[in-house]
Design a protein around this ligand. Structure first.
Ligand code: HEC
Ligand code: HEC
Ligand code: HEC
Length: 353
């Protein structure tokens, strides 16, 4: 028995030494041209598919993946973040990308055989040792628009449909690129920028750039213009006329509940009620305080969830907002969202309620 243990120990030392030699002497050929040993690609790919199926959890309720605005938002992000590797419907893959090991499959192939929650898991987590990146921010909620786009590709999206979805609006660059998403057509998912002050917009763009405000979609978008162009964009968007705002129909008792919460004192004596900063008739509003008038309900709700859960950052006043939201229940957030989406002005005029 003792002899057996000695043998095993000697073998382990030998294996470690030869492993060390392969690493330190460069004996392993990393050339992609040589590829994997026979069978290794199959093992890795099968392990990947089974790993996704084991780990991806189906959420109790999926967002509406047929919503055209959700699909378009996903397509516009895909076009700038994923297309370089996976090409696009009706477009051939670049020979250089196809020469990766393993090669990124063309998107029409990549989506086959997966359900929406699998596609969500792959896009959020990425795949180790393949070049498939993880989502560049801890924001699983933001991945759904891309999943909506991927399921539309599964349903046979044509090249012409893809080109129409990702076409930039007329007008000078770089504004046209931003306006592709920040348009009333995507207004249920993307916040309007006209109506916000330049200081808030500038601060927000910097916060996306340095990662203090987490968003994989906006992190990708702000990487395109130069920092000087970003400042100019903030000024330009702040000067545009605010879109006309038609509040959605909302039950009156819910609005009343939200109004009461918006005027109620917070648990922290240093942090006033929402209304003191966001109006109506704000008394403590600073240049970096956004207006909430005209923001889409889904956006307000999602941002309040992020604030409450400590997942949203921003500029030098973000800590106040985090304190203001920290004790909100889901029901409070629903009521506050109803109140602020039906508010028609937060100016200093007569209270509009
Ligand atoms: C740098 C290149 C690269 C980028 C950028 C990239 N991917 Fe991938 N992706 C890959 C590679 C390589 C694989 C193949 C992994 C494998 O076969 O094991 C892959 C696999 C996938 C798969 C699974 C395909 C299958 O074999 O079943 C999906 C779905 C996918 N990517 C979607 C996306 C989406 C959506 C984005 C953008 C958010 C994206 N990818 C960005 C390289 C990339
Ligand atoms: C692919 C779609 C897309 C593109 C392109 C895009 N955005 Fe955004 N933008 C979004 C989404 C989605 C959000 C909400 C992100 C979040 O949850 O923080 C957002 C948020 C913002 C905000 C924060 C607004 C607020 O009320 O806090 C600013 C500012 C902004 N974008 C500016 C820009 C500028 C400038 C450009 C062009 C360089 C741009 N965006 C391009 C989708 C996009
Ligand atoms: C002390 C002032 C202050 C108070 C009180 C306050 N906020 Fe804010 N709020 C801000 C500031 C400043 C920001 C922007 C922070 C940043 O991005 O750095 C903000 C951001 C927000 C946003 C995100 C808007 C966007 O365009 O992304 C929402 C929604 C919001 N607040 C709702 C509320 C609600 C609801 C309350 C009450 C529970 C509240 N706020 C209390 C100052 C305040």
């Amino acid at each position: 028995m003792r002899y057996l243990w000695q043998m095993l120990a000697a073998l382990a030392v030998l294996a470690a030494l030869s492993g060390g030699a392969v690493v330190t002497l460069g004996l392993y050929n990393v050339s992609a041209r040589v590829g994997h040993l026979p069978g290794v690609s199959w093992v890795l790919h099968t392990a990947f598919r089974n790993s996704v199926r084991l780990r991806a959890e189906r959420p109790p309720q999926l967002p509406d993946l047929n919503d055209p605005a959700l699909i378009e938002l996903g397509a516009r992000h895909y076009d700038w973040a994923c297309r370089a590797c996976h090409a696009a419907p009706g477009v051939a893959q670049s020979p250089t990308m196809a020469a990766m090991v393993p090669p990124p499959p063309h998107i029409e192939t990549a989506v086959q055989g997966w359900q929406p929650h699998h596609l969500h898991w792959i896009t959020a987590n990425g795949i180790k040792m393949t070049g498939m990146p993880q989502w560049p921010a801890a924001r699983d909620d933001e991945v759904w628009p891309v999943v909506a786009f991927l399921t539309a590709v599964q349903d046979g999206m044509t090249g012409a449909a893809y080109a129409a979805l990702t076409r930039l609006p007329d007008g000078p660059a770089p504004q046209a690129y931003c306006r592709g998403c920040h348009t009333p057509a995507l207004g249920t998912h993307v916040p309007p920028l006209a109506g916000q002050g330049a200081a808030y917009l500038r601060m927000s763009l910097r916060a996306y750039l340095d990662g203090s405000r987490a968003s994989g979609i906006m992190a990708q978008a702000v990487s395109r213009p130069s920092p000087a162009e970003l400042d100019a964009l903030a000024t330009w968007f702040a000067q545009q006329p605010a879109p006309t705002h038609a509040p959605p129909p909302t039950p009156a008792p819910l609005i009343a509940q939200g109004r009461a919460l918006a005027h109620a004192a917070t648990a922290d004596p240093d942090v006033p009620a929402c209304a003191a900063c966001h109006g109506p008739n704000a008394s403590e509003s600073a240049a970096e305080t956004p207006t909430l008038v005209g923001l889409p309900p889904a956006y307000i709700r999602q941002q309040l969830l992020l604030w409450r859960d400590g997942a949203r950052g921003g500029g030098s006043r973000a800590h106040l907002m985090r304190v203001a939201a920290q004790n909100l229940s889901d029901a409070d957030i629903t009521a506050l969202t109803a109140y602020y989406t039906t508010l028609e002005t937060n100016g200093t005029g007569p209270e509009n309620e």
